[in-house]
Design a protein around this ligand. Structure first.
Ligand code: PLP
Length: 380
């Protein structure tokens, strides 16, 4: 007998990023500028801490929200970066992925609407749909990837429950300016919304003037969840370690989901996470900043227009005017030029492609040479 599975999952495609990476893998010699995964290995002192933890017998269930030493260290770390959260306002999670899933599952009833500014990382939509919520896209592409009062007023409705904001942004690399943050705060107050701040790229910023929502709008803290991760700044994607911060009443709801989803994160990784918080990530950040400058210069040389990427490790140039859609552009870039990017459609925005520059300098140069030839061939 065929039984129906969760209807919320119907029509959810597998990740477009993975799809185009798989296509590139079938093409020998293709340079992949698709994944948001640092090419660096995790710094050695962080790795060494795991052996110590195992030798000390940290093989049992840890406390659900995280070990006290890690919660203390996270609270102090957030304080050094402008956010004030007590250890008991934090939950250590299996990556930002689980933090986002637990948060959205804790907030959303069937039929509730969640505003997702697009272009956006695809995870938000998948989780909201899986819990029978409704995603309402807020298209920022004609507004320099920023949010305004007018754009928000156009999408808030009776059932709007939350908005997810991502700064620095995946896929655009843009950071939200003060106008955007203030517009979100006004909507949060006027309409009574939860704000989920996906801040996983907050340490990878290359321009002055970056502000985090929770730092600029502490008055909204009762309704705000901050999500962060070890994955990107410390090159720890494979560890699956992140955390979330929220005021006690809100955190109490999210931590229930966390308990039922994963119970806790592996005990023997948590000391290593403390070590990570004391590790200097500046050399990796500087490398990305240098590559960001190089990418902007090269894309400028191809006459592709680009909203200035001030953070993360992505550029999101427009391919408008080249006469083809982003899916066709990326398929042909792989087969005709041997370079892989991700179509804007995978992030809800046609007319753009995402390029990741968290690859080696050599790959980046070859990939951009090939992209340049491909763009020139389309223009001629
Ligand atoms: C904006 C954004 N949020 C969350 C994640 C997930 O991060 P994690 O590895 O911590 O689960 C990613 C990963 O690419 C991301 O780009």
């Amino acid at each position: 007998m065929a039984l129906e599975t969760n209807k919320g999952l119907a029509g959810l495609a597998t990740s477009g990023i993975r799809r185009f990476t798989a296509l590139a893998n079938q093409t020998p010699g293709c340079v992949k500028l698709t994944l948001g995964e640092p090419e660096f290995d995790t710094p050695a002192p962080i790795c060494a801490a795991v052996s110590d933890s195992l030798a000390r017998g940290l093989t049992h269930y840890p406390p659900n929200n995280g070990m006290p030493e890690l919660l203390e260290a996270l609270s102090a770390y957030m304080g050094r970066h402008g956010l004030s959260y007590e250890p008991d306002e934090l939950v250590v999670t299996c990556g930002a992925t689980e933090a986002l899933a637990a948060s959205l599952m804790a907030l959303i009833d069937p039929g509730d609407e969640v505003i997702v500014p697009t272009p956006a990382f695809g995870l938000y939509e998948s989780i909201v749909r899986a819990v029978h919520g409704v995603v309402v896209s807020l298209d920022t592409s004609a507004n320099g990837f920023q949010i305004s009062d007018e754009l928000l007023d156009g999408v808030v409705g009776e059932r709007t429950k939350a908005i997810v904001i991502t700064s620095p942004n995946n896929p655009t690399g843009c950071v939200y300016n003060a106008h955007t943050l203030d517009a979100v705060a006004r909507a949060q107050e006027r309409y009574g919304l939860f704000v989920i701040c996906d801040d996983v790229y907050n340490r990878l910023v290359y321009s002055e003037g970056y502000e985090r929502y929770a730092a600029r709008h502490p008055e909204a803290r009762e309704l705000t969840i901050v999500v962060d991760s070890f994955s990107k700044p410390w090159a720890m994607t494979g560890w699956r370690l992140g955390w979330l911060a929220a005021a006690p009443a809100l955190k109490a709801q999210v931590e229930k989901m966390h308990q039922y989803l994963v119970s806790s994160v592996p005990a023997f990784l948590q000391d290593a996470a403390v070590v990570a918080l004391g590790c200097d990530v500046e050399p990796m950040r500087e490398t990305y900043e240098r590559r960001r400058d190089y990418v902007c210069e090269r894309l400028g040389g191809m006459s592709l227009s680009l909203e200035h990427p001030a953070g993360a490790f992505y550029a999101f140039p427009s391919i408008g005017g080249l006469g083809i859609g982003s899916e066709e552009f990326c398929r042909r870039a792989i087969s005709e030029a041997g370079v892989a990017l991700v179509p804007g459609t995978c992030f809800g925005s046609e007319g753009f492609v995402r390029l990741s520059y968290c690859v080696s300098d050599e790959d980046l140069k070859v990939g951009l040479d090939r992209l340049g030839s491909f763009v020139a061939s389309l223009k001629s």
